[in-house]
Design a protein around this ligand. Structure first.
Ligand SMILES: C[S@@+](CC[C@H](N)C(=O)[O-])C[C@H]1O[C@@H](n2cnc3c(N)ncnc32)[C@H](O)[C@@H]1O
Length: 223
């Protein structure tokens, strides 16, 4: 099998893709990384900046759904209404999702939510909780036609630029920029020179922030 479950340093699981020789999360802690990059530097900062209570999020690379599960938790605690649109061209098999089972390992989730997130036929908007409606696109980022100025926040969680260089292209970030609202924010664990150059050329305001454990830096950029 191409995918293997491995435990990261904070005790939470991630997946290892043998073909790419790449993991879905940091080996220093998958939950630690997701919380640091996407929840604390992303979602939390957007709420604090704008006192927003209703937010539209785009995730590039749904993968295991960990970022979405953590977003569900945050939304409930902070009484937010979120529409979450995730893109994933290679949905995971049920067999591996069952073994991974973040839904049981992270506290406070209804089992059915994890099934709803990953159900292969759930392509229409589905209500995951009082706080979150969810839409999934089983396609590549490059093939999507987005509505203009729709998203307040983007989680860019593709495989690393060294493993999947094509997805970190200027065309893709232009596509995303057009789909973001003015003052919308994009967060990602990467802080590569190429990414900074692209964001700069697209006139984003760039912040290089402290990275999660084991990583010096991460990027937050505002339209
Ligand atoms: C680093 S992993 C995602 C981690 C995920 N957010 C999680 O918490 O499990 C990268 C994901 O991007 C997906 N991906 C690969 N090519 C893509 C593309 N062209 N457009 C969107 N997603 C892509 C992969 O299948 C993989 O699930």
């Amino acid at each position: 099998m191409n995918l293997k479950i491995i435990k990261t340093d904070d005790g939470s699981d991630t997946l290892y893709n043998k073909k790419l020789d790449e993991t879905y999360h940091s080996l220093h802690g998958s939950v630690t990384e997701s919380k640091h990059v996407y929840i604390n530097a992303g979602l939390s900062s957007v709420i604090d900046e704008n006192s927003k209570k209703s937010i539209s999020i785009l995730e590039v690379g749904l993968g295991t759904g960990l970022n979405l599960l953590l977003t569900l938790k945050f939304a409930k605690k902070n009484n937010l209404k979120i529409h979450y649109h995730a893109i994933e061209p290679f949905p995971l098999d049920n067999s591996i999702l069952k073994k991974l089972d973040f839904n049981n390992k992270l506290e406070g989730f209804d089992k059915k939510i994890y099934e709803k997130i990953h159900h292969p036929k759930n392509l229409k908007p589905v209500k995951l909780s009082e706080n979150i409606s969810f839409t999934k696109s089983i396609t590549r980022l490059e093939q999507i036609s987005f509505e203009k100025e729709k998203y307040d926040l983007v989680f860019f969680d593709a495989f690393a630029p060294s493993k999947q260089p094509d997805i970190w292209s200027k065309e893709n970030f232009k596509l995303i920029k057009d789909a973001m609202k003015t003052s919308g924010v994009i967060v990602t664990y990467s802080s590569s020179g190429k990414l900074k150059k692209i964001l700069n050329e697209l006139k984003f305001e760039i912040e290089i922030l402290q990275g999660p454990k084991g990583k010096k830096e991460m990027t937050r950029a505002t339209k």
